[in-house]
Design a protein around this ligand. Sequence first.
Ligand code: HEC
Ligand code: HEC
Length: 230
Amino acid sequence: MTSRTASMTALVLFVAAGTASEAAEDRSHLPLPVRPCAVCHGNEGISELAGFPNLAGQKAGYLVKQTTEMHLSARALLGLGAGGVEGPPTRHQSLWTEHRENRTMARQSVMLDDAGIQAIAGYFAAKPRACPPPGVTRGTKLTLVERCAVCHGEDGIGATPNVPNLAGQHRLYLADQIRKMRSAERGEVFIDAEIARASGVMGPQAVQVPEDQIDALALWFANSPCAERK
Ligand code: HEC
Ligand code: HEC
């Protein structure tokens, strides 16, 4: 999928999510800064569509890092400066190792400040993560799982604050992110692409995953049973 078709897909999903849940769902009980985010990510941080990641039970430090990266790239794109958020310089720099850009999320994160980012991250991190429905299996455990487990844990619970939990995430989203980070590491994606994700730690991991193992790894970690959660 090219970055343009991927962003079109995100846009279509957005419109679908907006019409399906916006009218029906009351968000007035949610903290103010969380409300716009809940439209796609769910009131409890569990989204209805695989294109929108679940945020429930995710590491707060990781959520802050990702939101900050998307905020900074959105600001840089518009030439606005960092906007009171600490981060790299205000201009797009092709050598940012930690870089995440997504036009759907750019619109959402561009006006946030540090306090807002922290508050939203804290809210979603405190929610219980999604558990796989009964009877759903994790599929085959590939040899590669051992390597991923060094950081993400055998059951998809990240070892340190900046390592995301993979357990309870949409498997299609996980597979998509591995492919995005692999593309960036291979130099296939330009930094002002509409969708880009580069990670100094995960990039070198992602390039080592054979294409035909990505979906199985995503399935394994996404459907880690809740009973085994730490
Ligand atoms: C219009 C739908 C939409 C809204 C509203 C939205 N997001 Fe997102 N969000 C997305 C999509 C799509 C992605 C996946 C981006 C990608 O593929 O890189 C995402 C990804 C994220 C991630 C990365 C999660 C991970 O596991 O790495 C975070 C954090 C996040 N959003 C926070 C927020 C916050 C905070 C708000 C509110 C200010 C918000 N989002 C509002 C669509 C949305
Ligand atoms: C050396 C530690 C390390 C290893 C080993 C590792 N990862 Fe990661 N992974 C990370 C870090 C750190 C991030 C967050 C990257 C960022 O901040 O953008 C991440 C992010 C991810 C994400 C994105 C999650 C999200 O919510 O968007 C996926 C998917 C992922 N890793 C899968 C894997 C798989 C599959 C393997 C094994 C092939 C693996 N990782 C091996 C450290 C690691």
